[in-house]
Design a protein around this ligand. Structure first.
Ligand SMILES: *[C@@H]1O[C@H](CO)[C@@H](O)[C@H](O)[C@H]1NC(C)=O
Ligand SMILES: *[C@@H]1O[C@H](CO)[C@@H](O)[C@H](O)[C@H]1NC(C)=O
Ligand SMILES: *[C@@H]1O[C@H](CO)[C@@H](O)[C@H](O)[C@H]1NC(C)=O
Length: 338
């Protein structure tokens, strides 16, 4: 079953120049195959550079959807078309082989198979390849030390699948070569093609608000940080230089434009809010952290309120004077007309 997926990887992987990068970076393809019954199955297939989805497979049209301008690396349209035909064939074969062995492997409909395959590059030359397959969300097997190893969680099903796959010596050699040689070369090429995009720096915007009151006499201070890239960011509620231990941080969530969003809250006694600030540290800020003070936030609110009250007062006065003016002047006008 995995053979074709891996063969797809072979075809997918171009050569590349050396590109500088600091942290480990991985490329992997994900296949999610849902088998509803003996005649109905669905496949989702996508390619990821780290946490960034760079392409997916559109089953309807039988073609790749490139999600970044550089997702193709330096492949020609012709090569991608060949890959598309290849993946199309692979998905059909994968589905049919699974149907064929489902009974023998005691797979019960409906079930889901997930496959992730790719490599992780560390600075220097080191690269670690991986293939993992899961059945119903539980690890089934992985490729390690040149053979298919059943996961303990996979039970006898995993052992049966591995026994089957391990008979194919040629396949194992090919997988090993793919993971250790071809995949890293592909990643380097992709990193080169996407360099400008991947190394961009986008400054965050940050703003404060208060959340739903956590309890009587308490305040939930909310600091929202959005639109930043790359993902690593540090956001803390501070008093002076002291980090506030109660700071709670949401997951870092993606915005539609590929930037990130984060919400960091602090539950405090209402009287203790004064003197607190939200500090944002991000690579795009060049060492100049964003610091937002809660007082300023509240005083801006206060100023707004004052302005609104003044405007209402002025409007009231204007109407009152307007009325007086018409009262006083209508007779004048009449008088002057006489
Ligand atoms: C892609 O780029 C790499 C190096 O940057 C080069 O070795 C390779 O020949 C290129 N492939 C194509 C198809 O242009
Ligand atoms: C498989 O599921 C589809 C959709 O529910 C149904 O139309 C079809 O008859 C089923 N086939 C079998 C063999 O159960
Ligand atoms: C890999 O397999 C070989 C031979 O089967 C064995 O000698 C070696 O200890 C294994 N290495 C690891 C890390 O499991």
């Amino acid at each position: 079953m995995l053979f074709l997926l891996l063969a797809f990887l072979v075809a997918l992987l171009p050569g590349g120049d050396t590109v500088e990068f600091k942290k480990p970076i991985s490329f992997h393809v994900i296949q999610i195959s849902s088998f509803y019954n003996r005649s109905w199955a669905e496949n989702l297939f996508s390619g990821w550079l780290g946490e960034l989805e760079i392409y997916r497979w559109d089953t309807e049209s039988g073609s790749f959807v490139f999600l970044r301008s550089w997702s193709k690396g330096n492949f020609s349209s012709k090569e991608w078309m060949d890959l598309g035909e290849f993946l199309h064939t692979h998905l059909i074969s994968f589905t049919q082989e699974t149907w064929k062995y489902a009974h023998q492997l005691q797979a019960e409909y409906p079930f889901v198979l997930q496959v992730a395959a790719g490599c992780e590059l560390h600075s220097g030359e080191a690269s670690v390849g991986f293939v993992q397959e899961a059945y119903q969300g539980t690890d089934l097997l992985r490729f390690q030390n040149n053979s298919w190893l059943p996961s303990p969680e996979g039970g006898s099903k995993a052992q049966d699948v591995c026994r089957l796959l391990n008979k194919y010596e040629g396949l194992k050699e090919r997988v090993h070569w793919l993971l250790s040689d071809t995949c890293p070369r592909f990643v380097l090429g992709l990193l080169d093609a996407g360099k400008a995009d991947l190394q961009r720096q986008v400054r965050p915007e940050a703003w404060l608000s208060s959340g739903p009151r956590p309890g009587p006499g308490r305040l939930l201070l909310v600091c929202r940080v959005s639109g930043f890239y790359p993902k690593p960011v540090q956001v803390m509620w501070m008093r002076g230089n002291q980090e506030q231990p109660g700071t709670e941080r949401s997951d870092i969530l993606p915005n539609a434009d590929g930037t990130w969003y984060l919400r960091v809250t602090l539950d405090v006694e209402a009287g203790d809010a004064a003197g607190l600030s939200c500090r944002v540290t991000h690579s795009s800020l060049g060492g100049q952290d964003i610091v937002l003070y809660w007082e300023h936030h509240t005083s801006i609110g206060f100023i707004l309120l004052t302005v609104i009250v003044l405007l209402v007062l002025l409007a009231g006065l204007a109407i009152w004077f307007g009325k007086r003016w018409t009262h006083n002047c209508s007779p004048c006008t009449v008088a002057s007309l006489k």
